[in-house]
Design a protein. Structure first.
Length: 405
């Protein structure tokens, strides 16, 4: 049985693994002055201890490595997969993945954790990205049923974006990011950190890059907004005052590839479409008809912005709000056989990119992994030049987008 490998962050010093990446020596550490970032403070909430270790049973190049980190007394789970080209002396772009809700009571713990394993749909990232998959699983979940606002029960595994009692998710992500940026063995490029979120995972990722919940008072969790670009799918609309631009939103924001299926029941598109395909989006609303207040849809999660607004441009929408804060401006759409692309060129000199993709006939679950990986390569390989990516998405394709591949 292999001994546990640890990457430790403690007090103001970083203690890291050292040795060969093919099989790292168990529990070896370098001294603080040998670390790549010995001055990085411990990420902690008011209840988080001074120790935070990334623990692996092994850390090998040719496999997916499951790891844990103890957050507020409970283990949180993630995995790391190195690219096939991995050289420990070189820094690589990293992509963090956040799953959607595992919301069936029959889902057991291992079924939730299986998200951490390698999936065929990750192949577009295999050669040149470090892949980190994050799990919402935590032993903090109660065995007996509880309402979602009280943490939910087992089988209700979703990411928390605004519940005061459930701050562990933000500490979890913050701690992993800090440790990855300090590790000499998992050598990530801190200038090329990317995120992919679906549904609940998308809402959480959006909340994180926008500054966290309104009631988040721990300033230590607001200093690692390092995502260069993100891509979100599956009902990933802003929620007024919660997942939204607000006082604690950082000044540096990521570029965004926003992908939605037009038949997603969790979205709001403001009724009957007058252009494009003439779709009545209210047919897909759940519940139907939806309750709309000032252009926003009332939901149990708060008032939700539309993904885009086809009928009344003055109504607030998620893409519109992104554009305003990224110093971009909507300039129309392109129509292809399987999707529409919404374009947002810069108003002045913005270096951010915003692309909206509305996939025709797709419901809540969509698959656009190749496009997402290539979007991130715009920044990791092409220095922000969109020409190659634009050529790829601006054509008809036989790629399958609806449902899981």
């Amino acid at each position: 049985m292999k001994k546990m490998m640890r990457i430790r962050t403690k007090a103001a010093a970083i203690f890291l693994l050292s040795g060969s990446m093919m099989l790292l020596p168990a529990c070896s550490r370098v001294s603080p002055d040998e670390s790549r970032d010995s001055g990085t403070p411990t990420p902690a909430s008011s209840s988080q201890s001074g120790d935070a270790e990334l623990v692996f049973s092994s850390l090998d190049i040719d496999q997916t490595n499951r790891g844990t980190v103890n957050i507020n007394g409970y283990d949180r789970h993630f995995s790391v997969t190195f690219p096939t080209s991995y050289n420990r002396e070189e820094a690589y772009p990293v992509v963090l993945f956040f799953h959607g809700c595992r919301c069936r009571p029959t889902v057991d713990d291992e079924a939730v954790l299986s998200f951490l394993d390698w999936s065929p749909r990750l192949e577009p990232y295999r050669d040149d990205f470090i892949v980190v998959r994050m799990s919402a699983f935590s032993e903090m979940k109660p065995e007996v049923p509880r309402a979602p606002e009280d943490g939910g029960a087992r089988g209700m595994w979703f990411w928390h974006e605004g519940f005061e009692a459930e701050r562990d998710d933000f500490v979890f992500l913050h701690t992993v990011l800090k440790a990855l940026q300090s590790s000499s063995d998992i050598n990530i490029d801190p200038e090329n950190i990317f995120g992919v979120g679906h549904s609940s995972g998308a809402i959480f990722l959006l909340s994180y890059v926008l500054g966290g919940p309104v009631d988040l008072t721990d300033a230590g969790l607001n200093d690692t907004y390092a995502f260069k670009a993100i891509s979100v799918t599956g009902g990933s609309d802003f929620r007024e005052g919660i997942v939204d631009f607000k006082e604690n939103t950082p000044s540096t924001l990521p570029s965004v590839f926003h992908i939605q299926g037009e038949r997603d029941q969790g979205l709001w598109f403001n009724g009957q479409e007058t252009g494009k395909r003439g779709i009545d989006f209210q047919e897909f609303a759940n519940p139907s008809p939806p309750t709309i207040v000032n252009g926003l849809r009332e939901t149990v999660h708060g008032r939700t912005y539309s993904a885009w607004d086809e009928n009344t441009p003055s109504n607030p929408s998620t893409l519109q709000r992104w554009a305003e804060h990224l110093d971009l401006e909507y300039s129309g759409y392109e129509d292809y056989s399987q999707y529409y692309l919404y374009n947002f060129p810069p108003v002045t000199t913005s270096e951010n990119v915003l692309i909206g993709m509305r996939i025709k006939d797709c419901p809540h679950v969509v698959a656009a992994d190749q496009y997402q990986a290539d979007f991130f390569r715009v920044f990791s390989q092409q220095d922000g030049d969109l020409q190659a990516f634009d050529s790829e998405v601006s054509r008809d394709t036989a790629m399958r987008f609806c449902g899981r591949p």
